[in-house]
Ligand binder design. Structure first.
Ligand SMILES: Nc1ncnc2c1ncn2[C@@H]1O[C@H](COP(=O)(O)OP(=O)(O)OP(=O)(O)O)[C@@H](O)[C@H]1O
Length: 307
């Protein structure tokens, strides 16, 4: 069984800018995979190469064993992409838009499946509305529907919940989770790290076009940032404490800092160092670190952590 995605030393250079720099990873069939990174990390570039919209300047990519360049048509059939940007012909209705999209894949009698997708995305009532009459959130649902018309085994969602209300997010994730259970491979990019943490069993993090982390979400959370310690304090923290900093903020009343801890045993030495430095602690809270902490740490750290 070929992997859903096989990406090998993929590079993309724009004039003077290396948007992707020898990126390699594979996604197995049936995985729920997260592709994370800050703005400009190269996620959309990678997705565009997979969808055949952009040509890589080096390396290769395959979808279910089909090369995205030399075997473009088969590769494209394997893939459904929900893009970040809302681009539609405003004069078509929702149903016409989906029929047209089916036509691109040579699917003529696709209405049963179209109806099913519309129902899952709560769009049945809007099937005959013109695209221009839909709200932003509804247009986004149509983007999802469009990506699914040909029942692709691999579905890539590029920021599908950006600017979307809570109700749609829940509807969408329920549907996507169901598709995943049916065997579809899901690749998700999102800036909502909580979503990624809940949904993705494995992750790649990109930074400036490079893979800086590639592992199971649970392992990443355990290995990288087991716990964090939140302090509200007055005074000046010693360097030994400051070096554990994840983030810091000052309020009118006191300073707040979040520190990285690998185990509860560190708590004692941190509190002791604070006392010796004459720091007054107003509040102390220990929390389990989340994906956001890992992300912040990885993005602050310049070295390559794992690949
Ligand atoms: N057509 C283009 N011409 C020149 N530079 C480009 C082009 N497309 C993207 N870039 C640059 O490539 C880099 C990667 O961009 P990309 O859109 O892939 O990032 P991203 O990870 O998707 O970011 P975001 O989270 O903001 O969507 C950025 O520095 C971007 O400015």
């Amino acid at each position: 069984m070929p992997p859903a995605l096989h990406i090998h030393q993929l590079s993309k250079a724009y004039k003077g800018l290396q948007a992707l720099d020898s990126v390699s990873f594979s996604v197995e069939q049936g995985e729920f995979f997260g592709l994370l990174g800050p703005n400009g990390a190269g996620k959309t570039t990678l997705i565009s190469i997979l969808a055949g919209l952009t040509r890589a300047t080096g390396g290769s990519a395959q979808i279910h064993g089909h090369d995205v360049v030399t075997d473009y048509q088969q590769a494209r059939r394997m893939l459904g992409v929900v893009p970040q940007e809302l681009v539609f012909d405003p004069f078509f209705t929702v149903r016409e838009t989906l029929r047209l999209q089916s036509g691109y894949y040579g699917l003529r009698k696709n209405d049963d499946w179209i109806d099913e997708i519309l129902a899952h995305l709560d769009l049945t009532q809007k099937a005959d509305s013109n695209m221009r009459a839909l709200s932003g959130g509804m247009k986004r649902r149509v983007l999802v529907a469009q990506a699914l018309v040909h029942k692709p085994p691999v579905i890539i969602l590029d920021e599908p919940t950006a600017g979307v209300d809570v109700e749609l997010r829940q509807t969408l994730w329920k549907f996507i989770a169901q598709l995943n259970q049916q065997g579809h491979t899901i690749v998700l990019t999102t800036h909502y790290l909580e979503e990624a943490e809940q949904l993705c069993t494995r992750l790649a993090m990109l930074k400036s076009g490079r893979v800086v982390a590639l592992e199971k979400t649970d392992d990443l959370l355990k290995r990288f940032a087991g716990l964090s310690l939140r302090l509200s304090y007055q005074g000046t923290l010693p360097a030994s404490v400051l070096e554990k900093q994840i983030e810091q903020a000052a309020t009118r009343i006191n300073n707040r800092i979040r520190l990285r801890m690998t185990s509860y045993n560190e708590l004692e030495s941190i509190l002791c160092a604070c006392r010796e430095a004459g720091v007054q602690l107003d509040d102390v809270q220990v929390e389990r670190a989340d994906l956001e902490d890992v992300f912040v740490q990885l993005m602050q750290n310049n070295s390559k952590v794992a690949a």
